[in-house]
Design a protein around this ligand. Structure first.
Ligand code: 13P
Length: 283
């Protein structure tokens, strides 16, 4: 069923847990993520952004994700990931997306506020909630580059407070040492900065780039206001490894169905494992 509104996000925040936001590229990744939500009974967000849309076609992937979420017994939000484009955001809102992420992190502060405010205005008309980003992350959203964490674009706590107040945004993605994709060396988050942001920003925080993040770091973030965690590269890798391993068995009979199923099942297993990390045991 479609997960509307921010209640699940707020409940996760108050329980020191987080909702998983998983990126989907095709039918099998949508199915794999849906099956993980059903298996765990946890609310999950199926996400797609500009590059999955480029691969699958925006309309096709939007409908695929929305339909899977609507038909499932699990609570599934359908979320637009990283969009800089008001037309794309509006198309997703009109298609029934339950939330959107407007990414104005590349813009000057005032322009990021203006873009985010306009997104919030449009989202309210459709009953959807909005995630925005302040500060920028190193790395690539679709291809793991072994990026190195940089400190230059980290989120400033005072600016974050001003941004949240000025935009009315529902969730804020932050840059605190997190990196898109896998990294050569383990990531160390700036947890003091995260705590300072949490203290002055009244909405749940979002951690992008959580693939490969050491579990202690992740749990440190959950204890400091992070209530949504994005994971993509781990699912991509699981999918590709399963397809690679299964290919010799599929090739003789040109059995694409068994190949795609192997990829889908690997996505489910990886997503279930990520979800289990997002509810740390009570101390
Ligand atoms: P990873 O690139 O670390 O998987 O993070 C995904 C993400 O943040 C999508 O927005």
């Amino acid at each position: 069923m479609l997960l509307h509104g921010t209640d699940a996000l707020k409940q996760a925040a108050s329980a020191g847990q987080a909702l998983a936001g998983f990126v989907a590229y095709n039918l099998e990744t949508v199915q794999g993520i849906t099956a993980a939500a059903e298996a765990t009974g946890r609310p999950v967000l199926i996400q797609a952004g500009a590059s999955p849309f480029k691969h699958a076609g925006r309309h096709a992937l939007m409908r695929l994700a929305w339909d899977a979420a609507d038909r499932s017994t699990a609570r599934l939000g359908v979320h637009l990931d990283h969009s800089r484009d008001l037309d794309e955001i509006t198309a997703c809102l009109e298609a029934g997306y339950t939330s959107v992420m407007v990414d104005g992190s590349h813009l000057p502060f005032a322009a990021n506020i203006a873009l985010t405010r306009e997104t919030v205005r449009r989202a309210r008309d459709h009953g959807a909630w909005v995630e925005a980003e302040l500060g920028a992350l190193p790395g690539d959203e679709d291809v793991s580059t072994d990026a190195i964490a940089q400190s230059a674009a980290m989120t400033d706590p005072a600016q974050a407070a001003e941004f949240a107040a000025a935009t009315g945004v529902d969730a804020l993605a932050v840059s605190v040492g997190n990196v898109h994709g896998f990294t050569k060396d383990p990531v160390r988050l700036d947890l003091d900065r995260l705590a300072a942001i949490h203290q002055v920003v009244p909405v749940p925080l979002v951690l992008h780039g959580a693939s490969g993040l050491p579990v202690a770091q992740l749990h440190g973030a959950l204890a400091r206001g992070v209530a949504k965690v994005n994971v993509n590269a781990e699912l991509r890798r699981a999918y590709l490894e399963a397809v690679r391993d299964h290919l010799p068995r599929a090739l003789p009979g040109s059995d694409v169905v068994s190949l795609w199923s192997a990829g889908r099942d690997a996505v489910t297993a990886a997503a279930v494992e990520v979800i289990s990390r997002l509810s740390p045991p009570v101390q």
